[in-house]
Every structure is written in structure tokens, then in C-alpha cells.
Design a protein around this ligand. Sequence first.
Ligand code: GAF
Length: 389
Amino acid sequence: MLLAPTIAASFRHHFQHEPLLVRAPGRVNLIGEHTDYNQGFVLPAAVDKEICFAVGLNQTDTIRLVAHDLNKTFSVAAANVQRSNTSWANYLLGVVAQFQQRGIAVPGFDCVFGGTIPMGAGLSSSAAVECGLAYALDALLHTNLDRMTLAHLAQKAEHEFALVQCGLMDQFASLFGQAGQVVRLDCRSLQYEYFPFDTQAAQVVLCNSGVKHSLASSEYNLRRQECEQGVAVLHRHYPHVLSLRDATLPQVQAHRAELGDVVYRRCRYVVEENARVEAACQHLLAGDLRAFGREMYASHAGLRDDYQVSCRELDVLVATAQQAPGVFGARMMGGGFGGCTINLVAPDQVDSFIAHQTAAYQQQLGLALETYTATIVAGVSALEPVIES
Ligand code: GAF
């Protein structure tokens, strides 16, 4: 059954009134990993794995939430929204709290949500949940917040209620995606530029390792701290260095001993990854997918060896992709410690690539592989009301 009619029908069943319908996509990131919170560059796109929301004010003081896919409900007084022990509800409550922190009164509302973004696959289902509800509440409350404000609001919800000190990439991609385009965001100036992605030349194929490391959020926050430690050292020598975005490789190398081995490696990775995003965008403009793919492989090597956020399963998937015909590039994607690899594959080789990866994953690790081909779509939007027949 189609997603939006299913979510709308569930809403009517639970709440007996008419909702606003909103869709919020997940994202891929072609290159630029762990650079967003270092004020650097990222190159994401919104994809056709989405969360659909049905939301309506309910003229009461209570917020009533239904997680359609989990078959779970949660309710709370609108005046008493706090971080809860129910992890799925926190993504929504965090958004409500952000409206309230901005002095916007949030009355009681009903919300059903569900979707097709695989959980824990690194496609940012959490950002889609946050951005979709932020967009819906903005529409229902007539607050007219612009998309960048909604992205920041959703990011802060993640910081305060999911306790992950994420950068802005995922929320930005879910809200600013454009069909058929990838978008390079400068996470310091917040300027962004769209680049057409030619699906005749390559398709985005995702290989889901199936690994969901519980370490992911604690290690993520630790990486952020290590980068901050690196900045503190570099800033003493180069006062203009306020983030790793401002540092050069020779500067990082010059202070290797003072940084210490671990922090040195983290810094080296980030500085090199920023340069790779810049180079990759030039290759994309020139239509040179082989060169683009080389940047992806180098990104993976840095994430594996210097930033140390990969895992055996992801490394196997990238190594086997590198052997497969028709593959321009592959790397792990997102925060790491599991989730998906992103692969750029010649369109006429996609089927053989998937067969190759599936067989190799089974043979080398004894694991079943799930794969998705992703289409690049527009960011969060409202949907036409679904009329029940
Ligand atoms: C996660 C975070 F949410 C993003 O902000 C980003 O840092 C990414 O990991 C790594 O590039 O998806």
C-alpha cells in the first residue's frame, strides 16, 4: 500500500479528524563525512526513502503520537514536554521543545508517522523525523520559519533530546534537497550550491551492512571532542584557526607531536576530506566520474584508518565494490560503525553489481546483504490531502 494513504488512514482511524500530510526524505552523502561539525563542506542529496507525517491540531492540551511502523503510541501534556525514556518519541518531543524555547506556544496536536527509511542504515531517518514534524508544526502554527531556521531547530532537537552532537548536514539535506541535484553546503557560511547529478552516467546504489553499532553516538561525540582538542592546539599557534576548516595540512603536520597521534589523525582526515569535497565537485562539473570515484575511495580510507569510524563489514563492502565492473567509487556513508556504503555505478551494470556484492558479502562474512537504488528527490514538502474512496 502507498505510504501517504496508509498514514492518512491510520490518522483518521486513531483521531477521527483530517490531518495535514507532509513527506520528509532521508539523505545520502556523496562525499564530505564528519566535516559538517568542523565547519567544512558536505555534498548530500535527499533520496526517495521517506517518512510521511499526518499531523493535526486537536483542540486539547495533549500531544498524541503514533509510530505507525512500531505500532506504538505516546502522549504527553503539551505544557510538559521533556526528554523521555521512549527513544522514538524523543525525536518529535525535541522538535516541540525547540518551538517552545523560541517562545512559540504549541497546543495539543495529533501525529501519525511512518516510512520507508531503513532504521540504523545511515540514511538519516532521525533527521527526516525531526524535519518533517518541524515543517508540519510551522505550517499548522503559521510561524513562517524559513528552511534554514527549521534545519537548525531540528539539529538542536537532536542535540538536546537524542543527545547526539550532530552537525547540520542531515537536517539541511532533508529540507533543501532538489530532484536530480546534489548540494554542496559550506557549513561555516551556510552558502550552498546545487550540482546536477546525471543518472544516465551513474546511479546511487546503497549496500546496507546490516550492522547497527550501539557505539555510534558515543564515538560520534568523542570524535567531535577530539577535533575540538585539535583546534585548541592549532589555535595557540595560528590564532585564525577557529575550526579544522581553517587549518592546512602543513600546519597539522607541524604540530603532530603536540597534537598526539590520535588527535593528529583526526585532524589530518578532516583537512584532507574538505579538500576532497572541493576536488570532487570539480570532477562532477567536468563529468569525470572516475576521478570523482577516486575521491570516494580516498575518503573511505581516511574514515577507516585515520578517523576510525568504519568497521569490518563496511570495509569488505568497499573492497568488493572496488573489484566489481562498472563501479566509479564507493565508501562508507554517514556517522559510521555500520549502516550503508554508497556506490556510484554505471546504470547498465547496477544489476550485476548488486549480484556481485550480495554474493561476496555472503561468501566473505556469511551475511545477507540488503541493497537499495536511490533516486534523488526534493526536500520536505506538504502533500495533497488524500481523499478516501
Ligand atoms: C551523522 C551526523 F548526523 C551528521 O551531522 C554528520 O556529521 C555525519 O554523521 C557524518 O558526516 O549523520
